[in-house]
Design a protein around this ligand. Structure first.
Ligand SMILES: O=C(O)CCC(=O)C(=O)O
Length: 253
């Protein structure tokens, strides 16, 4: 193993997800926060979805570009985060995170997609139950998502919830435009909150059932997310005209 302990790896295999505290250095966290604050400031007047920039909408209708926005500049997500934020690209495409991914996926690691997920205070919308694999063409079961908390993510401000072990259920049929699994198909008694302190990361298998609730609190809950693929499929981001982006070669880095 290059980064994970055997216990962490066993936990990932059992639950399909794993939290690692204090993954980012203080300097990395500060840089990422500063770059995100700058991009928010630069886009404070945005009233329509543009490129990879998606705004919070009235009624949580985030996929509808014509829906009225909750407030100008109130970002829900930036798709293709690594193309806008150098500090985020650095964390996701170099160093110890790739060591960590290699422990889980093996030595062939490809970039798939990335985003900043804002979940702003007083109005960040819920994300319904889903498996990431349902969103991805060319589904491969060993695709993996890394979710890093930029603010403390708590139950109050909309941390992720997951069903431990649900990666063993296979791909469940998803419905609606914002792909989701109806709650009637899920054993909600198993649902567990996954709070993560700022700078910590959550790794999860692409078949883990997960969701997050709306943020009705006064505290924002921002996270950066990267999806990794073990197969050489072209990247899927809106700005991701990058073809196949190899992050680590099968022969070893
Ligand atoms: O950050 C969140 O609230 C959840 C994000 C998520 O589930 C996803 O992007 O697949």
């Amino acid at each position: 193993m290059r980064y994970l302990t055997p216990q962490q790896f066993a936990q990932y295999q059992r639950d399909g997800y794993l939290v690692i505290d204090d993954f980012l250095t203080t300097a990395q966290l500060q840089n990422i926060r500063a770059e995100i604050a700058q991009i928010q400031q630069d886009n404070a007047g945005l009233t329509r979805d543009t490129g990879g920039f998606n705004l919070e909408k009235v009624g949580g209708d985030s996929l509808n570009p014509d829906a009225p926005v909750l407030r100008a500049g109130m970002l829900r997500k930036i798709q293709g985060a690594v193309f806008y934020l150098a500090s985020v690209k650095d964390v996701f495409t170099t160093g110890k995170l790739l060591d960590c991914m290699e422990d889980i996926m093996g030595p062939a690691i490809y970039y798939h997609s990335s985003k900043v997920m804002f979940k702003p205070a007083h109005g960040g919308a819920a994300k319904p139950w889903h498996q990431d694999a349902a969103y991805w063409r060319n589904y491969e079961p060993s695709q993996v998502t890394v979710w890093i908390a930029i603010d403390d993510a708590t139950e109050a401000n909309g941390c992720v919830w997951a069903i431990p072990g649900s990666h063993k259920l296979g791909l469940i049929p998803h419905v609606h435009k914002e792909l989701q699994v109806p709650e009637s198909r899920i054993d909600l008694t198993q649902a567990a909150p996954v709070p993560v302190r700022a700078g910590g990361l959550l790794i999860f298998h692409s078949l883990v059932l997960h969701m997050s609730k709306a943020n009705t609190s006064a505290n924002p809950r921002c996270a950066i997310i990267c999806d990794y693929d073990c197969q050489p499929h072209a990247a899927m981001d809106a700005r991701g005209a990058v073809g196949v982006w190899t992050l680590r070669e099968a022969a070893g880095a």
